[in-house]
Every structure is written in C-alpha cells, then in structure tokens.
Design a protein around this ligand. Sequence first.
Ligand code: PEP
Length: 256
Amino acid sequence: MRHPVVMGNWKLNGSKEMVSNLLKGLDAELKGVEGVDVAVAPPAMYLDLAEQLIGKGESKIILGAQNVDVNASGAFTGDISPEMLKDFGASHIIIGHSERREYHSESDEFVAKKFAFLKEHGLTPVLCIGESEAQNEAGETVAVCARQIDAVINTQGVEALDGAIIAYEPIWAIGTGKAATADDAQRIHAAIRAHIAEKSEEVAKKVVIQYGGSVKPENAEAYFAQPDIDGALVGGAALNAESFAAIAKAAAKAKK
Ligand code: PEP
C-alpha cells in the first residue's frame, strides 16, 4: 500500500508573517492527523524560518523546496544546491514544475539532471510532469508524460524512481480552477503507472503519483478515492491552513 503525500507549493508567495501564521495554523489543524505525509515548499528565502517553526511544533510537517540547481557550489549566481537545502532540513524538492519549464526554459534533460543530483544527495525529487491544453486536445497526454518520465528512466534506470514522487499536473488545470475530473486523472495516473511497469512492476507499484491542478477541499475526496492517485501537489489552496489541512485530511481518510 502506498502512503499518500500531500504537498503545498507556495510558489512566489510569502512574508515572515505569512509563513509564521500559515505554519502555526497548519500545526494546529493537523494535530492528531495520521496516515498522510504533509509537506510544504515555501520560497527558499523562508526555509530558515520554516525550519525553526516546524521544529517547535508538534505536527510532522515535512519541509520541502521549489527548485534546486545541478551544481554543488561555485559561480552560479542565484542558484541553490542540494546541500544548502539539506542544511535547512528540506527533503522533498519540486523539480520540473511547468512554470519553471515555461518561464526558465527547463528541458526534460535538465530536469532529469536535477533528479539525479537530488537522489545523489539523498533528497526526494517531486518530479512534475503534465501536458499543455493543446497537447491534451491533440490526445498527446500520455505520450508527453511518458517522454518526461523517460528522460529520467533512460539516463538513470527505472530504479531511480524508487522513493521519488511523481506529480501529474495538467498545465491547463494549474491555477485555473479548471481541474481534471477524478476519472480523467485516474486514467492518466494508471497510464503513467503502466508505462513505468513496462520497465519494472515493482517500482510502478511503489511509486507515489500525486495529482496537481486546482485541487481544493471540495474536490480532493474524489481524487483520493481513485486507486492510482496517491496524494496531491497543491498550489492556491495550500496558502490557507484550513483548506490545505482539509485536503490532507481527505487523503488520510481515503487511503486508510
Ligand atoms: C501547482 O502549482 O503545482 C498547482 C497545482 O497549483 P494550483 O493548485 O493552484 O492549481
């Protein structure tokens, strides 16, 4: 049985006050909630504060981050290394988010390099994949997801996916309120798992595949009722403690 993981991607949002209120609120909301891993990815600027606050609380919030570089140190202005993330207690690192693929021209190959670098440093990659609206309409969804995953499998072997998390996020559903139906998401998740199973049934059975794209407390339960949806990567709704906790609780309940 796969353990569900619900992760909040705070993107470019936050202030010391917001980080503090949100984490304290989450800590209170998640008291006694078992059966789901809950992670948050604040902007890198606030990892220090988040680490301190999480350390003080009783909840088991996992600290994550939104990006990593492919270099360990040196003349790479503005970048962040895996060891720096580890230094602040961040373990679950989002890579290949569609916003980075689009606004920073990150290719499948570059994202795969980040994947390898995170694994090398004992961190958990949260590999975002997903199709654009045009690709969806052209019926290319599964092929696009397979290509994005193959960039990792073909360079590192299917075993590299062991212990990693895949987040299937249709780009047209991110931040739009236009979520995929639970049935459609399940169909794609099953196809992604089947694609991995072609290389290793064992790895396919174990790998956590989150759905992301306008997940809210109102629709979360329907996703988590699906056999191949093992959690969620949440943007907008993760900025509110009550909403995000409601999504985490829905995962814990559905996957009992
Ligand atoms: C995301 O940014 O990964 C995301 C899924 O955002 P939202 O939940 O706002 O659609």
